[in-house]
Design a protein around this ligand. Structure first.
Ligand code: 5CA
Ligand code: ZN
Length: 416
């Protein structure tokens, strides 16, 4: 499917030797900092996209802005970026919401995907070059399942009415290596996140549904596996392998996806391709509201579009998100938007002065902060220091204004 309009990213002069020459990020699998895409010309990234309802809340926005920063850091390092994102445009939660609200599921998915596109555009998120829906990937999913059949790890449950297909996840090499959870914790989280550990006929409680046989009143597609629809995890595995190939640089999403989703995808991929799914599994922290994770199922949401309608500058919304380190879990409060709005106004007021203090050291500090596990709050603080000093002391560097605003645009995605 189409994504959204491209975003202009200014190119900056090359960085000096005092700035790290690659991006390091925390990898959930190895539990340490790793250099990502350090030895290639093209960085390959997959980020788990929305299930299109209740889009785009600030948790979603925070996740896509996080991976947008990675995209921007790579581009600034001179790499091309091959970026794939999916849309889970058919799955249980979407169908349930459509049924509850009396809207056709296709219409709900289309409207919400469109809203997401416009929110991403407002937030100046660079679009993925492959934006891929689950529905348009049905053949890609069934082909992957058929490819997995000879491994013996794909099987049907003995249920005459609904002989759904499963993947014997626990048999995959290295299973558990993404989340590091013990089995009891896995089963609990699996149950809480769309899994069915108690389903009779499964070889193991953690085996994941890959093809759900058609049910009355549910959408289904004919396939060599019988009429049905894809399971959630196999959707991302199939799209990622099709568009990026195995062992790509970054598999990303919010921390809620570490288990089961990314563990299950990693298991399917290693069996399918005999290579790891990705070099690094990168997760953004979760945004809460009113003391709990912002989530569609609980309804404690703040939407990008609602803030926009109330008059917020989308650059202030982006700045408020960036003020939290991507790996921290944090709670949204309206005062964060107020503070970000003031910060943006202050930065813009320096620009309007026409000259300022030299910006070179500030730009180097921003690059260093971002290349070191994406420390956006530190990058913002560097701009604050430059802006405050320029206002206090003055400064007669007229080049500093376009240089700094190009860096804030290219590296942080903030248009001043
Ligand atoms: N369609 C699947 C991924 S394949 C899905 O999880 N959809 S979602 O709409 O629920 O979430 C979309 C993205 O936003 C995911 O990467 C998810 O990890 C992230 N996300 C959801 N809630 C939050 C939150 N409260 N804070 C941060 N990120 C979140
Ligand atoms: Zn996914």
């Amino acid at each position: 499917m189409y994504a959204w309009e491209t975003v202009d990213v200014p190119s900056l002069p090359p960085s000096g030797a005092d700035v790290p020459g690659e991006l390091t990020l925390f990898d959930s699998a190895s539990l340490g900092q790793v250099a990502v895409a350090g030895d290639t010309d093209t960085a390959r990234m997959y980020v788990c996209g929305i299930t299109p309802y209740d889009a785009t809340h600030l948790g979603h926005a925070n996740t896509y802005v996080t991976f947008d920063l990675i995209n921007r850091v790579w581009r600034d390092l001179g790499l091309a970026v091959d970026y794939t994102q999916n849309v889970t445009d058919v799955d249980d939660p979407l169908l349930e919401r459509a049924a509850e609200t009396g809207v056709e599921w296709e219409e709900l998915a289309e409207d919400q995907t469109e809203l997401f596109r416009s929110d991403m555009q407002d937030l100046r998120v660079i679009p993925p070059n492959n934006y891929i829906g689950a529905v348009e990937s049905i053949a890609c999913v069934t082909e992957l399942i058929e490819h997995l059949l000879p491994t013996g790890l794909i099987y049907q449950v003995g249920d005459d009415e609904h002989p759904d297909w499963y993947f014997n996840t626990v048999a995959a090499p290295g299973f558990g290596g993404v989340s590091h959870l013990d089995e009891a914790a896995m089963i609990e989280r699996f149950r809480d996140n769309g899994g069915d550990p108690e389903r009779p006929g499964k070889r193991h409680p953690l085996d994941s549904l890959v093809w759900r046989y058609s049910r009355d009143g549910e959408p289904s597609w004919s396939s060599p596996l019988g009429a049905g629809r894809p399971g959630w995890h196999i959707e991302c595995t199939a799209i990622a392998l099709r568009f990026l190939g195995p062992n790509f640089d970054v598999q990303g999403g919010g921390a809620d996806l570490v288990f089961p989703h990314h563990e299950m995808c990693a298991a399917q991929a290693i069996v399918a391709s005999r290579e790891p799914l990705a070099e690094a599994f990168v997760h953004s922290g979760l945004v809460a509201l009113d003391g709990e994770k912002m989530s569609k199922s609980k309804g404690n949401l703040e939407l990008v579009s609602r803030l926009r309608k109330a008059g917020a500058d989308p650059m202030a919304v982006r700045l408020a998100l960036l003020n939290n380190h991507y790996r921290s879990n944090w709670e949204w409060t309206p005062d964060q938007l107020e503070r970000a709005t003031e910060r943006l106004a202050l930065w813009r007021s320096v620009l309007n002065n026409g000259s300022a203090l030299p910006a070179g050291e500030t730009i180097a500090a921003m690059r260093t902060a971002l290349r070191t596990d994406l420390n956006a709050p530190e990058a913002l603080a560097a701009v604050d220091t430059w802006a405050a000093a320029s206002l206090n002391i003055g400064g007669d560097d007229t080049d500093a204004i376009p240089e700094l605003s190009a860096a804030v645009d290219a590296l942080l995605g903030i248009k001043l």
